[in-house]
Each structure stands twice: as structure tokens, then as C-alpha cells.
Design a protein around this ligand. Structure first.
Ligand SMILES: *Cc1c(COP(=O)(O)O)cnc(C)c1O
Length: 344
């Protein structure tokens, strides 16, 4: 049997030879002493790209989100977010466990809610009996929603709502690159709508690790102290920053290929199991399939036996994610296999 087609996640990418070469060439120094030129350059570059003053290189998107939300929300205050948000479901309760922050969540269709739903939940200055809302957090693209792009006019409306209410705004932009490539909206146009933004390099960008948090200079200075407190201070990690810089140079535009491959995968599934997915709803590199009465985990197991790896993420949901490690033709083939399973 040939190699399995691995669509479990875009975190599975391996550094390319060109990236490894760039990592080896990077000038380095002790970043706790502010002496790593490669990290400093990456932080400045990402901040500028996103329309912010300063950046902070972090090991994971979870750490960037943890520090970004904490910059806006104090212990005993709340952040509002989608019920399927990464910060609510996939960060091991860190915002509560480490920072004393509570969450309330809204339901959504595929990760995108309405401004009215958010407005109805805002409770800034809630007084002595209720938890006060300090921030709202959005995710773009939305991972568990199926790689959904948050429409720009929606983001602008949420921005206006929060600004008028005195509530701050965090963006989990782990895959903001994908939203940018799918829509053509400038990264800074997205970035400027938020007080803090996190982006990831370890997903479709193909770097081994890395995330950057951006905000204004004093917020980032404070986050730098908290990062060290979490044990996240870097020493000579410039090689890792160089991998991220290489991804900015070489792996942004090619995300369009991943989006096309995801659409092709979905089309092949829909041709055999139309109830599982509407291919037109696939906006970026993530495809969430409805497995109907079948259990998601069982479908993922059956697909694995046929050489296709996907994730069972919910009782009746599986997720496939395209990335630079899998060619479009293999994604098409994988779609045929999964479609046959779900159509049978
Ligand atoms: C992957 C991801 C993160 C960060 O995950 P890490 O594994 O901690 O880097 C954050 N938000 C979203 C939406 C993600 O998909």
C-alpha cells in the first residue's frame, strides 16, 4: 500500500529543505537579553504586517492567545467567544487555570455569529453581582467551524460595537494568513480592528513551531514579562524565527493551493455523499464533514484502513485539513475514499 494521505491537521507539515537552510543561516543571540536579531526582526516584521506597533515571538498559538487575552482581561473578569473557539475548547482551560479569567460563549453557525448575539451578551461594568465583560475574542479563520472566514463587514461591526461599549477585542488569527489569501483583504486591515492579535507559523505556513502576538508597545512589553513567567523566554532561538520569516517569504501565496485542494476533496466527497458537505461552503483549507448517523471516530478509523487519515472531532463530525505536505491529486483521491465511505 502507498503512503497514507495525512489530512489530520496542517500542523503536520515538515520544514522544507529551503526552510532548514534558512534556519541554519540565521544570526542568533540570547533573546532574554534582547540580543537575538532574527527574533527581533520577525517580531517587528509581523507587527508591521498586522498594523501594530510591536510583536512577541511565542512558542505556540496557545501561549500567544493566553498572553493576548490576559493583556485585555484581568482575573475575575470574562472574555466572550464562540462555543467552538480554540481558546474555549483546545487550550486546556489555561485562561481560567492560570489567569483567573472566565468565559461565556455564544453558539454559531460554522464559527460565525451575528453582531446582535454578541451585543446581547456584553456586560461591561456589570456591578457588584455579575462578572464584567472585559473583552471579546474572535477566530479567523474559524478552525472547528470548518476554516470559515469571518466577513470583513462583520468584523468591522463587532469592532464598532466593542469600541462603543468600552470592551476590548482579541483576534485568534492562527490562520489569518488563510483568510487573507482567500479574500484578498490586507492583513493590516484585519489586524487594526483588534487590540491584540495572535498568528501561527506552525500550521499551513509550515514552520516547526512559532506564533507571534502583536499589540501596542506597552502591552507587548508587559506580555514579554508574563511570557517569561510562564517559562517561555527564548535563548538562541533565532533559527526558529528564521523558519517563520522564510514562511512569510515563500508560504503565504501558496495557501491558495491548499484551498483549491480542500475544495477538490470536498467535491469528491459530495459527488458520493452529498449530505456530508456542500463544497461551496469550503472557504479555505479545512473541510468539516457531517457523518450523519455514523460516529465520527468510526469514520476516521475506516478511512485510515483505506489509507486516508482524518480527525474525528465530534460525535458526528470529521475534519480534513489540506497543507503543503499533500499534493492536490492525493487530496482528490482521499476525497473519493471518504465519499465512498459516507455514501455507502
Ligand atoms: C492551532 C490553533 C491555535 C494554536 O495552537 P498551538 O498548538 O498552541 O500552536 C490557536 N487557535 C487556533 C484557531 C488554532 O487552530
Amino acid at each position: 500500500m502507498s503512503e497514507p494521505v495525512d489530512l489530520r491537521s496542517d500542523t503536520l507539515t515538515r520544514p522544507t529543505p529551503g526552510m532548514i537552510e534558512a534556519m541554519g543561516r540565521a544570526p542568533v543571540g540570547d533573546d532574554v537579553y534582547a540580543e537575538d536579531p532574527s527574533i527581533a526582526a520577525l517580531e517587528a516584521r509581523v507587527a508591521e504586517l498586522l498594523g501594530h506597533e510591536a510583536g512577541l515571538f511565542c512558542v505556540t498559538g496557545s501561549m500567544s492567545n493566553l498572553l493576548g487575552v490576559r493583556a485585555l482581561v484581568g482575573p475575575g473578569e470574562e472574555v466572550l467567544c464562540d462555543r467552538d473557539a480554540h481558546i474555549a475548547r483546545a487550550e486546556m482551560g489555561a485562561h481560567g487555570a492560570l489567569h483567573g479569567i472566565t468565559m461565556r460563549t455564544w453558539p454559531s453557525a460554522r464559527g460565525v455569529t451575528t453582531v446582535d448575539d454578541i451585543a446581547s451578551m456584553l456586560a461591561p461594568d456589570a456591578g457588584p453581582y455579575l462578572v464584567s465583560t472585559a473583552a471579546v475574542a474572535l477566530e479567523n479563520t474559524h478552525n472547528f467551524g470548518g476554516g470559515t472566514v469571518q466577513p470583513l463587514d462583520h468584523l468591522q461591526a463587532v469592532h464598532a460595537l466593542c469600541r462603543d461599549a468600552g470592551v476590548r477585542l482579541h483576534l485568534d488569527g492562527a490562520r489569518l494568513w488563510n483568510a487573507h489569501v482567500a479574500t484578498g483583504v490586507d492583513l493590516a486591515t484585519y489586524g487594526r480592528l483588534f487590540d491584540t492579535v495572535s498568528v501561527c507559523f506552525s500550521k499551513g505556513m509550515g514552520a516547526p513551531v512559532g506564533s507571534v502576538l502583536v499589540s501596542d508597545a506597552s502591552t507587548i512589553a508587559e506580555a514579554r514579562v508574563r511570557r517569561k513567567r510562564l517559562g517561555g523566554g527564548w535563548r538562541q532561538a533565532g533559527g526558529l524565527a528564521a523558519a517563520c520569516a522564510y514562511a512569510l517569504d515563500h508560504h503565504v501565496d501558496r495557501l491558495a493551493d491548499d484551498h483549491a485542494a480542500a475544495r477538490a476533496f470536498a467535491e469528491e466527497v459530495a459527488a458520493r455523499a452529498p449530505q456530508a458537505i456542500d463544497p461551496a461552503a469550503v472557504e479555505t483549507n479545512i473541510v468539516v464533514l457531517d457523518t450523519g448517523s455514523r460516529r465520527g471516530g468510526d469514520v476516521a478509523l475506516a478511512a485510515a484502513e483505506r489509507g486516508v487519515l482524518i480527525s474525528g472531532l465530534g460525535p458526528h463530525m470529521v475534519r480534513a485539513v489540506t497543507h503543503l505536505g499533500v499534493a492536490a491529486e492525493a487530496c482528490r483521491r482521499a476525497g473519493r475514499v471518504v465519499g465512498e465511505l459516507l455514501g455507502a
